[in-house]
Design a protein around this ligand. Structure first.
Ligand code: PLP
Length: 375
């Protein structure tokens, strides 16, 4: 039995929504992008949603709109996907890392606080694997220091923190979601910035569209911009997927519960932790941790040989070759992040996963843990 790490979930209705756009002949800047933006804004409860062509573009625009530029510092986590740190580099700002909370895997507020300097221009927490960061604590640290928060919610569409949705303007000036095929909903490639702030929304809208002004004159450019627009085909897919979001999150929750049940009591494996403040977990990936006595890399290779997709999640950003070279980071700089990164493994996880598939994965894991226990 071959079991992939992730699989998109696309229905006939969604295929038809995309096909209808082709029939309409309006392939960019049209009703689908507006509809998709409205659907996300309504769902999160923000005044504005600005669709872009990736989560990375969204982070870049939001940081730029917040005024982050050359020489500024952006405090973020080294335990994330590379894009959350690269976004600062695009504006020649410096990502400053703070270590994580070993249970939630999100940035540790105390560590974050210790990294604030006069150059700190933004705090960029990441909702890791769908679990919202400690947004309440982070917001109060940020408020005390007079610094805005940009929430990287790319992995957390639908998650709730203390009863409110990840991405809510209660805790962050702006937040970004992403729709790559392994995320909770997909547009192929795509992202969305959400905010309540008029000026941020206006700037992001303009910059995603070549710096055009609000009047929308086609060859009139008021500021440096980009082509970060999301097209109509992708937007139609996203809009149709939004109609099924709750159904999909429920399916993911069932798969996660199934795994946690099957894996409970397996010696050497720890199942994901869900914090009390996470009042709804929108599962992005299902990441287990191995005890130090288990050789994670051998387990991974062996699972691949059995046709089971799996991947270490994440490799710390500060240990990526580019970051080592550029900033001189080395092993030992962020010990909790490194310890976690060496022991985690994402296992197959998708909406359509059957009980049989989950049982097959767990049986293989049990065998692997037995085979690759270090003496
Ligand atoms: C997916 C993701 C992004 C954005 O990725 P894109 O591929 O550019 O859409 C950003 N941050 C995190 C933490 C992510 O998981």
């Amino acid at each position: 039995m071959r079991i992939p790490l992730a699989r998109p979930d696309i229905t006939e209705r969604e295929k038809q929504a995309v096909a209808a756009v082709m029939e309409s002949e309006q392939l960019s800047i049209g009703p689908q992008v507006n509809g998709f933006e409205r659907a996300i804004a309504d769902y999160i409860g923000t005044r504005y949603a600005i669709a872009v062509n990736s989560g990375t573009s969204g982070l870049h625009l939001a940081l730029t709109a917040l005024g982050v530029g050359h020489g500024d510092e952006v405090i973020t986590t080294p335990f994330s996907f590379i894009a959350s740190a690269n976004a600062a580099l695009y504006e020649r700002a410096e990502p400053v890392f703070a270590d994580i909370d070993e249970r939630t895997l999100c940035i540790d507020p105390e560590s974050l606080q210790s990294r604030i300097t006069r150059r700190t221009k933004c705090i960029l927490p990441v909702d890791v694997f769908g679990q919202p960061a400690a947004l309440d604590e982070i917001r109060s640290i940020a408020d005390d220091a007079g610094i805005p928060v940009l929430e990287d919610a790319c992995e957390a569409l639908g998650s709730e923190y203390r009863g409110v949705k990840a991405g809510t303007p209660i805790y962050a000036q702006a937040a970004v979601f992403a729709f790559y095929p392994n995320k909770q909903i997909t547009t192929g490639e795509g992202g969305m910035i959400v905010t309540d702030d008029d000026r941020l929304a206006m700037l992001c809208r303009s910059m995603r569209n070549q710096g055009r002004g609000e009047a929308g004159l086609w060859l009139h450019h008021e500021r440096l911009g980009y082509n970060y627009r999301l097209d109509e085909l992708s937007s139609a897919l996203g809009l149709a997927q939004m109609a099924r979001l709750d159904e999909m999150l429920t399916k993911r929750d069932l798969v996660a519960r199934r795994y946690s049940l099957l894996l409970s009591g397996v010696d050497g494996i720890t199942t994901p932790y869900v914090a009390a403040a996470t009042t709804r977990m929108s599962w992005f990936v299902y990441v287990i941790r191995f005890d130090p006595s288990i050789d994670r890399d051998s387990v991974m290779l062996w699972l691949h040989q059995q046709g089971i997709g799996c991947r270490p999640y994440f490799t710390p950003i500060h240990l990526q070759p580019f970051f080592r070279r550029q900033f001189g980071f080395k092993e030992g700089d962020f010990p909790i992040t490194e310890r976690v990164a060496q022991s985690t493994l994402a296992i197959p996880f998708y909406n359509q996963m059957t009980d049989e598939e989950a049982s097959h994965v767990v049986a293989a894991l049990k065998e692997a843990v037995h085979l690759f226990r270090r003496e």
